[in-house]
Design a protein around this ligand. Structure first.
Ligand code: COA
Length: 263
């Protein structure tokens, strides 16, 4: 994988971890066409990479993770272009959410609008202590339409989602942590290191098991209980004949660290 995947998103591989850095710090990492295309290209590459175990998404600069759509670019777009862009972002975030590997957002600064929606599509969020987050779209006479209303309500519950979205609330890191919106907080300069530590902890687990657990939880929650239990069973059974399952037992019984290969 190229170290500099593009200019709007920098991509780096560290062992079995891929790190994508949103890279328009002077525009507070607002999502413009280039950034969207590069993020899409990033997913195209990693989606087929069987050696990958985790992904971190973070951003350049010390002010913002991402402030959502580039509103200057948006102003010059036709309604048709806006709808097309909307579909692209929607697909991108859904693909991100459905990746086999765990995805961690190292939210090192403000995450607003589509920036928070990006983080909501990740499995875990680490938020800088001094950062604010929110979905302020209604103050711009639109709604959070790239999964924001749905993912936020599923993560923090309907009551908070209604309050935060309808009042265009900007939350402190403490409020976000208390509500369960983020997994943990850290000093801004430590966000990436905390995300890497989290990724390393995940790398100790069976990779197929992580994918199966993620699928069972993410897809199961959308189903009626009986169907959800059937999905869980299917995910469980998919691991029975894996080499890693046997390796896990042998390593445990021999008091050794398992060497999981994802087979
Ligand atoms: N799109 C494009 N450019 C943006 C932007 C956006 N969403 N948000 C900020 N910027 C640009 C500003 O225009 C400014 O550029 P300039 O220096 O060329 O004028 C630069 O980023 C810095 O922003 P600024 O507002 O001056 O910084 P600040 O520290 O005073 O405030 C925020 C930071 C995040 C509080 C403020 O920028 C903000 O509220 N942004 C809007 C976020 C938003 O509503 N997003 C939802 C979109 S649906």
């Amino acid at each position: 994988m190229a170290k500099h995947f593009g200019t709007a998103v920098l991509v780096k591989r560290e062992g079995s971890m891929a790190i994508a850095t949103l890279n328009r710090p002077d525009k507070l990492n607002a999502i413009n066409r280039d950034m969207l295309e590069e993020l899409t290209a990033f997913l195209d590459v990693i989606q087929t990479d069987k050696t990958l175990r985790s992904i971190i998404i973070t951003a350049a600069g010390d002010k913002a993770f991402c402030v959502g759509a580039d509103l200057k670019e948006r102003q010059a777009m036709t309604e048709k272009d806006i709808l097309q862009r909307f579909d692209q972002v929607h697909k991108l975030y859904t693909r991100l959410e459905n990746l086999r590997v765990p995805v961690i957002a190292a939210v090192n600064g403000a995450a607003l609008g589509g920036g928070l929606e990006l983080a909501l599509a990740c499995d875990f969020r680490i938020l800088a202590n001094n950062a604010m987050v929110g979905l302020p779209e209604v103050s711009l006479a639109i709604i959070p339409g790239n999964g924001g209303t749905q993912r936020l309500a599923r993560i923090v519950g309907m009551s908070k989602a209604l309050e935060w979205v309808l009042f265009a609330k900007r939350l402190t890191a403490k409020e976000a942590l208390d509500a369960g919106l983020v997994t943990q907080t850290a000093d801004a300069a430590e966000c990436l290191a905390s995300a890497k530590a989290m990724a390393e902890a995940l790398q100790e687990m069976g990779p197929l098991a992580l994918g199966a657990a993620k699928k069972a939880i993410r897809q199961g929650i959308e189903l009626p209980m009986q169907k959800a239990l059937e999905l869980e069973t299917e995910c469980y059974k998919s691991l029975i004949s894996s080499k890693d399952r046997k390796e896990g037992i042998v390593a445990f019984l021999n008091k050794k660290k398992p060497n999981y290969t994802g087979e």
